[in-house]
Design a binder for this molecule. Structure first.
Ligand code: NAD
Length: 273
C-alpha cells in the first residue's frame, strides 16, 4: 500500500513536471480568454492574470470544470511587482513556467493632436511598460530554472501601420515589435524565444469600445465604424479570439522552437508585410 502510494506520488510529480505551464495576462475576456482556453486544450496548466480577479476566476473555473488546470491571479501589469509576483505565484502553485503571454493591453481613440498626456501615460504604462515587465519577469524565472522559455507579446496590425484615431495606441504596438526584436536577440543565448502576434479586427470588448468612441467622434451610430473596418478584410469576416489563439498555440509549442524575434500577422488579410 505504502509503496504503491509512493509510486503514485512520484508518477504524479513526473506528470506535473512534464505538463507545461503558461501564464497569460489580461485573460479575463477577449483574446486573452481565447488564448487561455486554447492553451488549456493543448495540455498546458494555465495561470490567468488580470486586473479584476472575478473575471480571470470565471475563466479559470470554466477550464477547471472542463478537466483542465487553471489558477487565477490578480495583477495589474503596469505595476512591476505585481507582474513578478504573478510569476512567483504561478511557480508556487504550478511548479514552474514555460510560456508567458503578454496579452493585456488597452486602446484609446483620439486624433494625435487631441491625445491628452494622461491618456498617453496610461497607454504607455499598460501596453509598453507592462510588456517590458512581463519579459523581465518571465526571463528571470526561465534563467532561474535553467530551462528554455517562450515569451509571446501582443502587437497588432496597428503595430505595422499607424491607424487614424489610434495614433498613440499604434505607437505602443510599434514599440512591442521593437522590444520583441531586442529581447529575442538578447535572450537567444538562454534558449528563450520572444515573438509577437499581430491581430486585425478582433470582435472583443476592446473593439466595442473603439467603435463606440469612433462613432461619437464621427457622429455615426454604434456599429458603423467597425463595419467600415470589416469591409477591408480579404477573408470577409471579423476575427474571433480563437483565430488569434491558434497562432499563439503554435508559437507556444515546440513547433515554433526555431522562430524568434518575429511579429506575425493574423488578420484575415488586412496588412501584407
Ligand atoms: P479586451 O479589452 O477585450 O481585453 C483586455 C483584457 O486586458 C481585459 O480583461 C482587461 O481587464 C485586461 N487588462 C487591461 N489592462 C490591464 C492591466 N493594467 N493589467 C492587467 N490586465 C489588464 O482586449 P482584447 O481585444 O482582448 O485585446 C487583447 C490584446 O490584443 C491587447 O493587447 C490588444 O491591444 C491586442 N489587440 C487587440 C485587437 C482587437 O482587434 N481586439 C487587435 C490587435 C491587437
Amino acid at each position: 500500500m505504502y509503496s504503491s502510494n509512493m509510486k503514485n506520488n512520484s508518477q504524479r510529480r513526473l506528470i506535473s513536471m512534464a505538463e507545461k505551464v503558461a501564464l497569460i495576462t489580461g485573460a479575463g475576456q477577449g483574446i486573452g480568454e481565447g488564448i487561455a482556453l486554447q492553451l488549456a486544450k493543448d495540455g498546458f496548466q494555465v495561470a490567468l492574470a488580470g486586473r479584476h480577479l472575478d473575471k480571470v476566476q470565471r475563466v479559470a473555473d470554466n477550464i477547471n470544470k472542463d478537466g483542465g488546470k487553471a489558477i487565477a491571479i490578480k495583477a495589474d501589469v503596469q505595476i512591476k511587482k505585481d507582474v513578478f509576483a504573478a510569476v512567483d505565484e504561478t511557480v508556487s502553485q504550478l511548479g514552474h513556467l514555460d510560456v508567458f503571454v503578454n496579452n493585456a493591453g488597452i486602446a484609446h481613440v483620439a486624433q494625435v493632436l487631441d491625445t491628452k498626456e494622461e491618456d498617453l501615460d496610461r497607454l504607455l504604462d499598460i501596453n509598453v511598460k507592462g510588456t517590458v515587465f512581463g519579459i523581465q519577469a518571465a526571463a528571470t524565472q526561465f534563467k532561474k530554472q535553467g530551462t528554455p522559455g517562450k515569451i509571446i507579446n501582443a502587437s497588432s496590425i496597428a503595430g505595422h501601420e499607424g491607424f487614424e484615431l489610434l495614433g498613440a495606441y499604434s505607437a505602443t504596438k510599434f514599440a512591442i515589435r521593437g522590444i520583441t526584436q531586442a529581447a529575442a536577440k538578447e535572450l537567444a543565448q538562454d534558449k528563450i524565444t520572444v515573438n509577437a502576434y499581430c491581430p486585425g479586427i478582433v470582435l472583443t470588448p476592446m473593439w466595442d469600445q473603439i467603435d463606440a468612441e469612433m462613432g461619437e467622434l464621427h457622429n455615426v451610430p454604434a456599429g458603423e465604424s467597425i463595419k467600415a473596418y470589416l469591409k477591408g478584410i480579404a477573408l470577409g469576416r471579423g476575427e474571433q479570439p480563437a483565430d488569434v489563439a491558434n497562432l499563439v498555440s503554435f508559437l507556444a509549442s515546440d513547433k515554433a522552437d526555431y522562430i524568434t524575434g518575429q511579429a506575425i500577422m493574423v488578420d484575415g488579410g488586412i496588412k501584407y508585410v
